[in-house]
Ligand binder design. Structure first.
Ligand code: SF4
Ligand code: SF4
Length: 102
């Protein structure tokens, strides 16, 4: 295909749309209500390292069948057992978990 100014403009637009959509997805969290607050995972930031699973003192984080940032499985929480201690969010190297105590 011949490279024209029009092609280049379309390619740039498509690239910008991809980046904007990616940024939007990164900011879309999946919220779970716990007994004491809220536990939120941002799938667009979770790289599936498993550190949060290892550190949760009550073992309520597990693997989701949904995919995260790099096509690896993201994590999910069993909200009924979460004690809202925030340890997972403090250990996550990518700020993919937010825990709010109410
Ligand atoms: S807030 Fe505490 S109990 Fe809840 S998932 Fe994170 S580490 Fe586990
Ligand atoms: S520590 Fe963060 S990046 Fe790693 S699996 Fe847990 S939520 Fe995902």
């Amino acid at each position: 295909m011949k490279i024209t100014k029009e092609n280049k403009r379309e390619e740039k637009q498509s690239y910008q749309q991809t980046i904007e959509s990616r940024n939007r997805n990164e900011l879309e969290g999946v919220v779970h209500k716990t007994a004491r607050g809220m536990w939120t995972i941002f799938p667009g930031l979770c790289k599936g390292c498993g550190l949060c699973i290892e550190k949760c003192p009550v073992g309520v984080i597990g693997w989701s069948s949904e995919l995260g940032a790099y096509g690896t499985n993201r994590v999910e929480v069993n909200e009924d057992g979460c004690v809202t201690c925030k340890i997972c969010s403090l250990y996550c190297p990518d700020a993919a978990i937010s825990v709010v105590r109410i």
